[in-house]
Structures are given as C-alpha cells and as structure tokens.
Design a protein around this ligand. Structure first.
Ligand code: TYD
Ligand code: MG
Length: 440
C-alpha cells in the first residue's frame, strides 16, 4: 500500500500538491483540504537475485580524440550516461565540450545552448578551427524543447550548456534555482536512459560556492568533472571527483591557447618555473593525483605586518591548514610569526586537497623567514603532525620515481615511510631535524 498526502478541492475534486486558498478550477475559496490517498500495488516486477548471477552487458564507450579526457573517464564516455562538467564562469567549460564534439567525426552530436546564441557558439567553433558536418547546434532554454530536440534528432552525444539556463515552467522557482536544477536533471536522466543518448551537462559554480549550484545534482549524475585553474594563468585542471564507471580519482591538465584547449600529456613538472634561479621562499613538493605524481612549487612570503591582525593568505589550499602549520612552526621551531604577514601560494593555479604538501609549505615559510635558499634539487613529501613529527603519505614510490625522473637528487620524506629506493631519499622524523640540517 502506498500512501500519499495531497490537497483536494471538495467541490470539484481537483487535486493539488501544495495547499492554496482558492481553487483554480472552480474558483471557490476555502474549499481545499488535506487528504491522504492510498494506492494498492501488488505487482512488483523485481525479485531479489544473487549478485553473482546478474548478467553484465558490454559497456559501450564513446572515445574522444582527447586521450587525457578519455583516461579521466576510465577509457571514454560511457554510452547513456550523464556527465556533469562544473567550474567557475570563464574557465573554459564551453570551449572544452565544444572541442570534444567537433573532434568526434563518426557520430551525430547536438550542442544545446541556453546561454549563448547559435552564432556565438559558431564563433567559438571558428576559433577552434575544426569543421564537422555531424555536429549540430540549437538554442533552447525550455526543458520540453530540449526533450523534443533530443528525441527527434537522436544524437549519440548531447551537450546542455548550461543546466542553470534551462527551465521547466511547471515547476516553481526561478531559472537556476535548486528546485529547477533538480527537476531538469531528473528529466535529463530519464532522457539519457530512454533514448540512450549520452548527456554532458555544464554547470556553473556560483559565488555562494558549490551548494547553490551543481552540488545539488552531484549525486544524481554518473560522472562529475570539475574544471579549475586560475583565469590569470593558462593552465586548467579537469578533475574527476565522481565516476560510477571509473577507478581512481584522476586529473587532466590543459593549457588555454588562442585556438582552444590543449592537453598536457606529461604534466609531472609543468607547475615548476623553468628559468628559475635559486631564491628564498620557495620549496618543491610532490602531489599525487590518481595514478600520477606531479611536482609542485610552493612560494611563501613572510614580512612584518602593517595591520593589527596579521594577514594569512593561502592560495590553492585550505587556509585552516595554513593556520595549523603556522602554529606548529611557532611552537616547535620557535618562528615568531605573530606580528608577521604570511602569504603562501601554490604555483600554477591548482587547488590542492592533500596534506602531503605540509612539509613543502613549512619549508617555503622557513626559507622565507630565515632567508635561506633551499637547493633546487631538493623536494619534500610528508604530512606534518601537530607535534612537528613527519607522517607518511600514500603512493610514495610513484612520488619518488617522478622526482628522480625530473632530476631531483634529494627527496625528503618521513622516517616512518618504508621505501626500497634509498639512493636519493633522506628520512627525517621531525620538522626540527630538517630545519636544523639547513640552518647549520
Ligand atoms: P568559455 O569556454 O566560454 O568558458 P565557460 O564556458 O567556462 O564560461 O571560455 C572562456 C575563456 O576562454 C574566454 O575568456 C575566452 C577564452 N578562450 C581562449 O583563450 N581561446 C579559445 O580558443 C577560446 C574558444 C576561448
Ligand atoms: Mg560557457
């Protein structure tokens, strides 16, 4: 038995989902009241089965011409799936997906633009300089129209740019509101499953953060890719934060050029300044994104403050983590930072979510504070505990191998970390020990 609460007019029996004072049907006032309807359902088609006996069909993939993108999705875009590409406005989402469509020659694709006119998208396509007869564009902002175009055109791959500009008039809420976004996504989900078109949804991240925007639909879609980077520099990082068909979290790195986005096939050291003479305030750390280790430059600047409250700025990582590391440096190393501004920047506009950069961040701060230069061939990979102890980080072999490949001859890690490669590795147990070894 299924029970459902509804509101019903007791004159004309018109039903409503929400309470209202006047019936729209018979124009009577105060005739609507709450009632519970129940439906008896006896035919349930699904019966429990043994998992081991479920037949698994072949998962079909759409392989794009962009190998980095394919890798990010575990080989390609799974047919019939719903993929969300989120990111700040202007980061390059429209460019990325348009490029993907234009490069797919063998299949029919449809770009539904609710944001820009057909002409504006064509201008972007001209910039990218690829012609493709199978790639169609239509401007639409009503979900019923979107539905119509997908069912009549039957594209293999459809792009919706962006979810925030598509509306359903039957639903309350303004364009881009949470109720609208949820409803539209639900409808797209059904469309993807029934028509077997694969849908890429573009979603802007609003100022209020993810919550008001695409975050509400993350659990509804199969894959979530986040496009990040700094609009000032040309690097863009596409991060897979959820993938129902994939393996580990992965990233792909692109550069934005005059004629589109270009994947960087070997990103291991792209974030290091190339012509760099040795300076104080710089330390190199290693992050591990999915299968890949990447060397990253950290810059710190410590100076006497001109304000009553000194400034603490963390660009590219959690400011709370910076406060913790500052507290550890004050307590364990004796750095006097209470009247100093501390600015720390992860070079390249990448945002880091792992604690393995702790040690490199501390070393950059120490280097700026004492004005000592950390040799360019040294790099760091350890988490720093609250007592100043160095802690282990995952995938240490990958990190060390990558650092050695890029010419680093001293890789400083926690002495709790076991490793088979000892030639270029130095083990330390505390932050104090390392700093002692630099400060003499
Ligand atoms: P866009 O894809 O419109 O961003 P989003 O859809 O995320 O809002 O691209 C934004 C920027 O990229 C815009 O400032 C112009 C620049 N751009 C290039 O530098 N090269 C190009 O080839 C294209 C198409 C855009
Ligand atoms: Mg756009």
């Amino acid at each position: 038995m299924i029970e459902k609460k509804i509101y019903q007019c007791n004159v004309c029996e018109k039903q409503y989902v929400k309470f209202q004072g006047k019936c729209d049907n018979c124009n009577e006032w105060n005739t609507i009241s709450e009632c519970v309807i129940s439906k008896k359902k006896e035919n349930y088609p699904n019966i429990p089965k043994q998992i081991q006996n479920i037949e698994i069909g072949n998962i079909e993939l759409i392989k794009t011409s962009d190998d980095e993108f394919n890798k990010l999705l575990g080989g390609g875009i799974t047919k019939g799936s719903l993929v969300l590409v989120g990111g700040d406005p202007g980061i390059g989402k429209s460019t990325l997906v348009l490029q993907l469509l234009l490069n797919l020659n063998e299949i029919k694709t449809l770009y539904i633009s609710g944001e820009e006119s057909e002409e504006q998208v064509a201008i972007r396509a001209n910039r990218i300089k690829i012609k493709n007869k199978q790639c169609f564009i239509v401007h639409a902002s009503d979900i019923n129209e979107v539905n119509h175009h997908i069912t009549t055109q039957q594209p293999i791959l459809t792009v919706i740019d962006s979810i925030q500009t598509i509306t359903n008039e039957d639903i309350d809420g303004s364009m881009g509101s949470v109720s609208q976004i949820k409803d539209i996504t639900n409808q797209l989900l059904t469309l993807a499953k029934t028509t077997n078109t694969t849908i890429i949804i573009i979603g802007h991240i609003n100022k209020e953060g993810l919550l008001a925007g695409p975050k509400v639909l993350e659990h509804m879609v199969d894959v979530v890719l986040l496009f990040e980077g700094d609009s000032k520099n040309n690097y863009r990082i596409l991060r897979s934060v959820k993938n129902r068909f994939g393996h580990t979290p992965e990233i792909a790195i692109y550069t934005m050029k005059e004629n589109g986005l270009f994947p960087i096939n070997n990103p291991s050291s792209f974030l290091l300044s190339s012509n760099y003479s040795e300076l104080s305030g710089v330390a190199i750390g290693i992050i591990c994104e999915g299968q890949r280790a990447i060397l990253i430059e950290i810059q710190a600047l410590i100076g006497v403050t001109n304000y009553t409250t000194p400034q603490r700025v963390a660009n590219g990582f959690d400011p709370k983590r910076l406060s913790i590391l500052i507290a550890i440096l004050e307590k364990k190393i004796g750095l006097k930072l209470a009247n100093k501004d501390v600015f720390v920047n992860i070079v390249g506009g990448i945002t880091i979510h792992e604690t393995s950069l702790d040690l490199a961040i501390c070393m950059a701060i120490v280097s700026s504070y004492f004005d000592i230069i950390i040799p360019r061939k040294h790099c760091f990979s350890a988490e720093v505990g609250l007592c100043g102890e160095l802690r282990t980080v995952p995938f240490i072999k990958q990190r060390i191998d990558t650092a050695i490949k890029y010419g680093f001859d001293e890789i400083i890690i926690s002495d709790e970390q076991c490793t088979t490669n000892s030639r270029n590795v130095k083990h330390f147990s505390t932050l104090e020990d390392i700093i002692g070894s630099y400060n003499g």
